[in-house]
Design a binder for this molecule. Structure first.
Ligand code: KDG
Ligand code: MG
Length: 402
């Protein structure tokens, strides 16, 4: 089999998505998600200008060799743009292999390790009581694991909380929105939220929280320690992860489980975290972490250190990535949990998938490959629109992590 052509489909059904479609001389094609929120065209150009010309004529069966061709062969290794492009190629090649062998992806990477995939939802409210109510509603919908974020008195714009009466979507079709932040207010507020959640909803639901890279190690240590009585499933991104050693302090001071990695893009971003057992869950998604081939290595290394996966799954990762993630979650032994933020219904006009939510779990079908397709005619109805994630400043104007 030979690769004869590859197209990039950039569309915006409610939000931007970049999809790579690789065609073979035997009529089989494969899809890969290449969406990097707020930097979509950078990945599309990298693929178009540098990767696709080198793909033509290659045998799509040689996934490992092609991965290294683009990783080692580029000389300029790693980085989110490059790794998202490599991830998209890798996903598309696994999709082709599954279709060629007429078997679902999970079968190619170990078969079924479980029957269904535990997912967590997003609950948020303008204040503690509203968040507590939303968590209750999601428990009634069947979720066993729920991420809780709430508005904070004195902070106008809080990560993970939608002010408008519509689903949370941080990327906006305007120049970056500037938010203002004060960590001290957040640290004082958060334990009150989780105290109330346990009072009202008891011990059963798995509760998660995303600190979204906002704390220093000592602030994160205080937070993780004060949250201990409420037994979180995980505290996510307690510190910014560029300095892996920053997690040491948090670990020394608390037994709250820690998750990190949604902005990582290679195994080298988390080797210290794994070998020193500084985390409990690794969140690098397939779309930004080097694809299925690289994540298999990350998951294998994680398993040695009792670390489980908890793939990023926000709505800026397309249904192609979600399908690949669910197959992966199904196959590996050290799967932990999958983030699940349902896409807006309009997204289903463009992408057709066979996964579905059932009583707190995702279930996948047995279509060959990733089991997801794209309707290119429908995609054309939703042209790309430039959008940015917000930026964040401290109250005095200093630039801060978002
Ligand atoms: O594009 C950025 C979002 O994907 C991110 O802010 C979402 O932190 C996130 C999460 O945990 O889903
Ligand atoms: Mg996050």
């Amino acid at each position: 089999m030979k690769i004869i052509k590859a197209d990039i489909i950039v569309c915006s059904p409610g939000r931007n998505f970049v999809t790579l479609k690789i065609y073979t001389d035997q009529g089989i094609y494969g899809l890969g998600d290449a969406t990097l929120n707020g930097r979509e065209k950078a990945v599309a150009t990298y693929l178009e200008e540098y990767c696709i010309p080198c793909l033509i004529g290659k045998d799509p069966a040689n996934i490992e060799d092609i991965w290294h061709y683009f990783y080692r062969g580029a000389y300029w290794k790693r980085g989110p743009v490059t790794m998202t492009a490599i991830s998209a190629i890798d996903m598309a090649l696994w999709d082709i292999k599954g279709k060629a062998l007429d078997t679902p992806l999970y079968n190619l990477i170990g078969g079924k390790s479980r029957g269904k995939i535990l997912v967590y939802s997003h609950a948020y409210g303008k204040d503690i009581e509203e968040t507590v109510d939303v968590v209750g509603r999601q428990m009634e919908e069947g979720f066993h694991a729920i991420r809780a974020q709430s508005g904070i008195p004195g902070i106008d714009d809080v990560y993970g909380v939608s002010k408008a009466d519509k689903p949370y979507e941080p990327a906006q079709r305007q120049l970056p929105k500037e938010s203002l932040w004060e960590t001290e207010k957040y640290l004082n507020h958060l334990p009150k939220l989780f105290k109330r959640l346990r009072e009202v909803h008891g011990d059963d639901p798995h509760l998660l929280h995303d600190a979204h890279h906002r704390c220093t190690p000592v602030e994160a240590s205080r937070l993780a320690k004060e949250l201990e009585p409420y037994h979180l499933f995980w505290l996510e991104d307690p510190v910014s992860g560029e300095l892996q050693e920053g997690l040491r302090l948090v670990r020394q001071h608390s037994v709250t489980p820690l998750a990190i990695g949604e902005v990582f893009n290679s195994i080298y971003d988390c080797t210290t975290l794994m070998t020193e057992q500084l985390i409990d869950y690794i969140r690098m998604p397939i779309v930004h972490g080097g694809g299925i081939s690289h994540l298999l290595k990350v998951a294998a290394m994680a398993s040695i250190y009792h670390i489980k996966t908890g793939f990023h799954g926000a709505t800026d990762l397309s249904p192609v990535n979600l399908a690949a993630s669910l197959h992966f979650d199904m196959a590996i032994n050290n799967f932990g949990i999958q983030e699940y933020m349902p896409h807006q219904p309009v997204v289903n006009e463009v992408f057709q998938s066979d996964y579905y939510f059932d009583k707190g779990y995702m279930v996948i079908g047995d279509r060959p490959g990733l089991g997801v397709d794209i309707d290119e005619k429908a995609a054309k109805k939703f042209p790309y629109q430039r959008a940015y994630l917000p930026v964040n400043r401290k109250m005095d104007g200093t630039m801060f992590h978002w």
